[in-house]
Design a protein around this ligand. Sequence first.
Ligand code: TPP
Ligand code: MG
Length: 421
Amino acid sequence: MAALRSPVGALRFAFRQPVSRLASQRPASAFYSTTVDSSNAESVHITAASSSATGVPSGDSEPFTVQLDANSFKAYKTDIPSLEIETSKNQLLHLYAEMVKMRRMEMAADQLYKQKLIRGFCHLAIGQEAVAVGMEAGMKPSDKLITAYRCHPFTVQRGGTIKSVIAELFGREAGISKGKGGSMHMFTPTFFGGNGIVGAQVPVGAGLAFAQKYLGTQDAVFAMYGDGASNQGQVFEAFNMAKLWDLPCVFVCENNKYGMGTSAERSSMNTQYYTRGDVIPGIQVNAMDVLAVQKATKHASEFTLAGNGPLLMEHVTYRYGGHSLSDPGTTYRTRDEIQSMRSSSDPIQGLKSKILEWGVVDEASLKKIDKEAKEEVDQAVEEAKQSPEPDAKELWTDIYYKGTEPDWMRGRTLDEIHRFR
Ligand SMILES: Cc1ncc(C[n+]2csc(CCOP(=O)(O)OP(=O)(O)O)c2C)c(N)n1
Ligand SMILES: [Mg+2]
């Protein structure tokens, strides 16, 4: 406590304290007793294995109802989505197969990076598979989505192929951006990237939502960002515009508990991110359960398209690996923490246990799905390796919308000039 005697010492002491502890040291005045004090509220349970189903039919495509865990959702200024979700054996197997494929693809990227076949930045979403797969299952195919750099599974879910993602990581012609973008720059007609600047995609997402309203598409936009991005000014500016104009925008905070090596508690005055939209309602989701993500996403799309304006959706999840491939991910959190998330909350293991419990298929059938996923990814990697590097003339394509190019452009040096016409 000696350090507290000097102002600098007091400051250092303050920075070492978890935010929740500092908040509890505040004077108990009316100033702090707001009606919505969510900063100390408990989050949803992040478990993938506590939903239940009875009367599972024998037919593979016959619908049946799953009751989600009672603590799957929390809500702010709105109601939680219904805890019942209709599914089928085929649908559950599809969700399982997609999550396994996404994990295999990311594991392949990890290996290929370590073999130096992938260079540059590479951020993987191992542990967060239920977010991309569950969102795709809950969105309309024509709804739009935009995210940050942790974008490989979204690219595949929104219409890309595993080969096109791996080839993009290699910088090859068969890549989804013709090898010119790399890890953070992948797109499909309904997926607007893949963005490297933290938070910058959030106002772009609000702009996309404005376009949907202006064009009358009846499509919702999901604008994703991380817990680390959540404190940026531009995020709140986007919230303001979206609410002012009641845009069909769902702002989605993918809370994986860390922004690089900084825990959410150290960076955010309120870690209940779904409550941070002021007058914009919010829903917090157990995003280790793919069915809860699917349910909440469908609910969110319908909510905003019914003319209710924007919604905040917080997916509580966890990344198993480091922030990127240059971070081992174990200096700012314990190995025990990672291990305990893997063993108690893994989205793939959770769905697997439900599939077996509900008699959807037996363990051998799931092993076959696992094997097929590995083979599909291995083949995609081999095919991507065969793809050539893009031709140098591709440096001048996809810069401007066709027909809007200037007469000429400067290249890497003053004398390198390309004439468009
Ligand atoms: C404007 C800007 N500042 C800093 C960085 C460096 N940076 C890259 S990712 C990141 C942390 C973001 O964390 P979060 O939003 O929680 O997303 P996550 O990586 O957890 O998916 C930072 C600071 C950047 N890319 N852009
Ligand atoms: Mg984060």
